[in-house]
Design a protein around this ligand. Structure first.
Ligand SMILES: Cc1ncc(COP(=O)(O)O)c(C=O)c1O
Length: 465
């Protein structure tokens, strides 16, 4: 594509989306802190997979490491005190960022680590119930196995095939059921990691008023939207920091509403989690704070980079990021459906909501040939890789959405699992002669017009005629 055409396309875009100009400080950030993207002609469209880090974040953190003596925390020697201070500063930064004075912040290896704590420690019994919608990451789906193993029942609440949003009447009904259950947990994602749907945070209060504890998986929401935990107060929140600001990996958080710390029953103890343990008495006392769930030595060298990352997001401006992602999402929703083969067959189908209302910048789609057959996503990914696009294909650890999009039924799926010891999506696709998976692109803090435009040009190469 020539530069002249590119410039015309940009002018057209700015005429159609004049609000984009208001987000132009992001372009300065991109040039200053993420220059490697354009230096390498890389079109990054996998922000929901992992965010990108800015050069300044890494430099600030490395300076901190290179200029301080940092030892294992929770002791009284100077290196230990320095680490403890830095870790607690990071914890304070988390409270400030999420406006969360009513919460305890447990640092975990990632969102999955946070969800595992809930799975292990939520006091499920035979009288308990676990409610979750079809749209969940596998790290939330997996909690059902903890519930099942303790004899609790669980229900999957369906989502609407046309826009992949909750079915509000059915969900309301599910929440009103199980009135006599002892300990009820409702878990849902604030934003789908696949369809980009922002599920209504109003369900938190509705569920709590009906006696449910609410686990909000905020992992895919917080990278581009502000979560204010003084307005919405789920009992538990899970997230991964690399999804918010790219660096470092290996850290997430479980935020626990202070009055729910005692509800969770940790099934074991470990170094760092007890005030006292005895071999002879075979007894122990757990810590009364976040330490109760931070097993062993915490990642004290990387945790300080959380404050650096959150400050970085504050400097860039979450509102700015959100606004740009919304404008570019609108551009995608306006443009992709206009792409057609010469015979009029649509080239692209975006699953999920077709407007920017209550949706973020994550899109699943398929590309079709001129006879309306979906192209194999692995082939699309191979071609995209060749052009230096980072996109993602497959099922994105969210089987519920994929099963709905591909019209799979419960009976067929059950039979597949019951008739073998192991399998994967490709085997399932072959055995059932059913399509699985799709293509996902996701926008994030450094996305710009050019990224989306180049991807549209790439999509056009699949047009026939
Ligand atoms: C909505 C959602 N929940 C949970 C996770 C799990 O995050 P992690 O792999 O960082 O533990 C992801 C990761 O993609 C996600 O998107």
């Amino acid at each position: 594509m020539s530069t002249a055409t590119n410039l015309t396309a940009k002018e057209d875009f700015l005429n159609n989306y004049p609000e984009y100009e208001a987000t132009k400080t992001l372009d300065k950030w991109r040039a200053k802190d993420y220059g490697r993207l354009d230096d390498n002609h890389h079109v990054y469209l996998d922000y929901t997979g992992g965010n990108l880090y800015g050069t300044s974040q890494v430099k600030t953190h490395h300076d901190f490491l290179l200029n301080n003596i940092l030892g294992n925390p929770h002791s009284s020697n100077p290196s230990s005190i320095k680490s403890t201070e830095a870790v607690e500063n990071a914890r304070e930064a988390v409270f400030k960022f999420f406006n969360a004075p009513d919460y305890i912040c447990v640092f975990t290896p990632n969102a999955t680590g946070a969800l595992k704590i809930i799975g292990e420690s939520y006091p499920f019994t035979e009288k308990s119930h676990f409610l979750l919608p079809f749209d969940n990451h596998n790290s939330v789906n997996g909690i059902r196995e903890y519930a099942k193993n303790k004899g609790a029942s669980y229900t999957y609440s369906p989502i609407q095939i046309e826009d992949l949003k909750f079915q509000p009447d059915i969900l309301q009904n599910h929440l009103e059921s199980h009135a006599n259950a002892d300990k009820k947990l409702f878990a849902y994602p604030a934003q789908s990691n696949v369809s980009g749907v922002k599920h209504d945070l109003g369900w938190i209060e509705i569920a709590q008023k009906l006696g449910w504890d609410v686990l909000l998986d905020a992992s895919a929401f917080v990278p581009t939207s502000k979560l204010d935990l003084s307005t919405y107060q789920p009992d538990f929140v899970s997230l991964s920091f690399y999804k918010m600001f790219g660096y470092p990996t290996g850290l997430g958080a479980l935020l626990i509403k202070k009055d729910k710390l005692k509800l969770l029953k940790k099934p074991w103890f470990a170094g760092g989690t007890v005030t006292l343990a005895s071999v002879m008495a075979e007894n122990f006392f757990l810590e009364e704070s976040h330490s109760r769930y931070e097993d062993g030595t915490i990642n004290y060298l990387d945790i300080p980079a959380i404050k650096i990352g959150l400050d970085h997001l504050d400097d860039i401006g979450m509102e700015n990021i959100n606004q740009r992602v919304t404008i570019l999402s609108q551009y995608i929703l306006d443009t992709f459906p206009t792409l057609k083969h010469d015979n009029g067959t649509p080239l692209i189908k975006i699953f999920g909501p077709q407007t920017t209302d209550n949706r973020g910048g994550t899109f699943i789609l398929n590309i079709f040939d001129d006879q309306g057959n979906p192209l194999p996503f692995l082939e699309v990914e191979r071609l995209a890789n060749h052009e230096n696009f980072s996109i993602r294909t497959g099922c994105f650890c969210n089987p519920g959405i994929d099963e709905i999009n591909n019209n799979l039924d419960q009976e067929t799926l059950r039979t597949y699992f019951e008739t073998r010891e192991a399998g994967d999506y490709f085997d399932m696709q072959k055995s059932l002669d059913q399509m699985r998976g799709a293509i996902r692109i996701s926008l994030g803090l450094m996305s710009n017009f050019e990224d989306v435009y180049k991807f549209i040009e790439f999509l056009k190469t699949f047009r026939k005629g």
